[in-house]
Design a protein around this ligand. Sequence first.
Ligand code: ADP
Ligand code: ADP
Length: 226
Amino acid sequence: MAGIKLQHITKRYPDGFEAVHDLNLDIADGEFMILVGPSGCGKSTALRMIAGLEDISEGELRIGDQVVNEKAPKDRDIAMVFQSYALYPHMTVRENMGFALELAGVDKAQRNAKVEEAAQILDLSQHLDRKPANLSGGQRQRVAMGRAIVREPSAFLMDEPLSNLDAKLRVQMRTEVSRIQQRLGTTTVYVTHDQTEAMTLGDRVAVMRAGRLQQVDTPRNLYESP
Ligand code: ADP
Ligand code: ADP
């Protein structure tokens, strides 16, 4: 596990547009932090900088005790959770979840052990030999989380992971995501434009608007503030 610290982070795209301006955010070890704001406010850009998928124009990014500005994504000890449609359709749940470990050279017995442990947490043990097409939307989303979990990263980064689920399932999966995050205790940054999601999921909520951080507080304090 590791905290994530953004200090004076600015992102200027090559066309000169400043998508994130002087962002300061201190995410504690094990904390579930929500980044919320309207479309285009810079949430994904901020998350992608943490992931190393986007260069940082100014400022310093720390994961744990290391400055990671110049580190490649694979050297940051983080895992992105994508929307469930990013699963490999030709692979079983077991293969989907174990694939990153296979690429990392982990042997089959160890892979299976880790996949089965994650499947238990995610309530997927009965479905390991199915293909994504034969799963429900919620199960597919849990497989997408499973792919991140098996790597045992020090942080999870999630960009609107529930946005392509139908409304009922989305509400159900919110509870699931909180339960899984609490169980694992892994530092998590979760991007959403959905205010209800933001107020029900995390330990704290960072509200962004037009590239700037407006407020950071617990859902309770935000709810009670004028
Ligand atoms: P959000 O995730 O909050 O919807 P984004 O981080 O995707 O917002 O985008 C923030 C702003 O940066 C938007 O105005 C978007 O159009 C702009 N933007 C995103 N990517 C690029 C890019 N590669 N070049 C220029 N502008 C970009
Ligand atoms: P998302 O579904 O995450 O909101 P977008 O459709 O906003 O993604 O962006 C998809 C890709 O297009 C990203 O790589 C983003 O950086 C790029 N992009 C978004 N807005 C712009 C923009 N105004 N100019 C150039 N590239 C952009």
